[in-house]
Design a protein around this ligand. Structure first.
Ligand SMILES: NC(=O)c1ccc[n+]([C@@H]2O[C@H](COP(=O)([O-])OP(=O)(O)OC[C@H]3O[C@@H](n4cnc5c(N)ncnc54)[C@H](OP(=O)(O)O)[C@@H]3O)[C@@H](O)[C@H]2O)c1
Length: 366
């Protein structure tokens, strides 16, 4: 849908007031904060607890950088508490919601689903209460798009995870939510997206948009970004000579996007005069070069780090993968390039900067 006059007028710039970020201590949130500062925004970085040095010191350091002095305010808020962000979001032109409390802990699938709604509702209410909201940008996930499809199918923003696809391996339904964590996560992201677009349409005063990242990798800003479930953590294990274990036989199509590109896309969405309420942007490989089978990623790591003797990967038979990998998910961040003007890091740089950041943080021994 083309942007309306109202929507164009809602595009934000630094002169329109502060921009707030939830999940600011997190992997993606931290890079969103850095990008906003870099672009001259007064930035309210919302963390759960300012007294946790391992989670906030890198943000404090950013705020003390002479280039950004006076631009950063560290605020506190809890996604589970209604009204928790009312103060932090006051007079903000845009709110970027990159925080997430549920998803990778020990919740039941139903808790994953319900938790996502509760959190997004709390954040959106506070954003509206702030009184100046023009753009609300939600970190959804490619999970809200992907669903069982034949090999090689190229997903776009028109796809939704609950799509009924001519019975191909069955449709994902709400009835499956309590039984399957992945479906619960995907449906939660998709349905909260629908909820924010509807709420924005009803309000008529702001646009809601979503960023849908796939396999996010790229440099870590602090050791706490090495979360056990994350893709970057899997790469660390591979660099330690351990096989990739998240999928059967280590076989996976890594569809990689740089965390810095992911971060920038959030700000570009808030600034866009083309994007409008309901705009959603997949953040994935820019082209085929960013889609790597596990064995290709392993080979790239060997090429970049020739001094490392053993790097893990998938099951091989000699020089060849033991079994072919199911060719999915294929997808490219073309809309983000077209509408947001996003430029992407080459995959080699992303992979190298990921591993170099592990060395620099002392999490990997060189
Ligand atoms: N990484 C990926 O590959 C990927 C791919 C697709 C989508 N996403 C989505 O991107 C978003 C961010 O992911 P990420 O990789 O940056 O994860 P992350 O590093 O774990 O960041 C999550 C953030 O949420 C905050 N948070 C957790 N519980 C909270 C609570 N109760 N109140 C306030 N803040 C809370 C965390 O704060 P603390 O530091 O205090 O824990 C942290 O700042 C998530 O919505 C995720 O679903 C990520």
């Amino acid at each position: 849908m083309p942007a309306t006059k109202e929507s164009i007028s809602r595009a934000v710039s630094p002169k329109d007031g502060p921009v707030a970020v939830t999940g600011a201590s997190g992997y993606i949130g931290s890079w969103i904060v850095e990008d906003l500062l870099d672009q001259g925004y007064e930035t309210r970085a919302c963390v759960r607890d300012r007294s946790r040095p391992e989670k906030v010191d890198h943000l404090v350091e950013l705020g003390e950088d002479p280039a950004y002095r006076g631009q950063l305010e560290l605020c506190e808020g809890d996604l589970n508490e209604q009204g928790s962000y009312d103060d932090a979001f006051r007079d903000c032109s845009a709110v970027i919601h990159a925080g997430a409390a549920v998803g990778y802990n020990r919740e039941t699938p139903q808790e994953v689903y319900d938790g996502c709604f509760t959190e997004v509702t709390h954040v959106l209410e506070s954003a509206i209460n702030g009184g100046s909201l023009r753009r609300f940008v939600f970190t959804s996930s490619f999970a809200a798009v992907g669903h069982p499809r034949p090999q090689g199918y190229v997903f776009t923003e028109k796809d939704w995870c609950g799509d009924n696809v001519e019975g191909y391996r069955g449709r994902w339904t709400e009835e499956q939510i309590p039984r399957n964590r992945d479906i619960a996560y995907a449906m939660a992201k998709a349905n909260t997206e629908r909820m924010i677009y509807k709420r924005a349409e009803e309000a008529g005063t702001f646009d809601a948009m979503a960023i849908l990242p796939l396999h996010v990798i790229g440099p870590l800003m602090c050791a706490n970004h090495d979360q056990g479930w994350s893709w970057q953590n899997c790469m660390r294990y591979m660099m330690q000579g351990k096989p990739y274990k998240k999928s059967a036989g280590g076989r996976m199509l890594w569809n990689c996007v740089d965390v810095r590109d992911t971060a920038r896309a959030h700000r570009l969405a808030a600034e866009s005069t083309i994007g409008t309420n309901g705009s959603r942007y997949i953040l994935s490989a820019a082209d085929r070069s960013g889609e790597l089978y596990t064995w290709e990623l392993q080979q790239l790591l060997y090429d970049l780090y020739p001094n490392v003797d053993l790097i893990g990967g998938e099951e091989m038979e000699g020089e060849e993968p033991a079994q072919p990998t199911y060719e999915s998910p294929r997808s490219y961040c073309l809309l983000a390039k077209q509408e947001l003007g996003l430029d992407s890091y080459p995959i080699e740089e992303t992979v190298r900067d990921t591993i170099d950041s592990y060395y620099a943080l002392g999490i990997l021994d060189s």
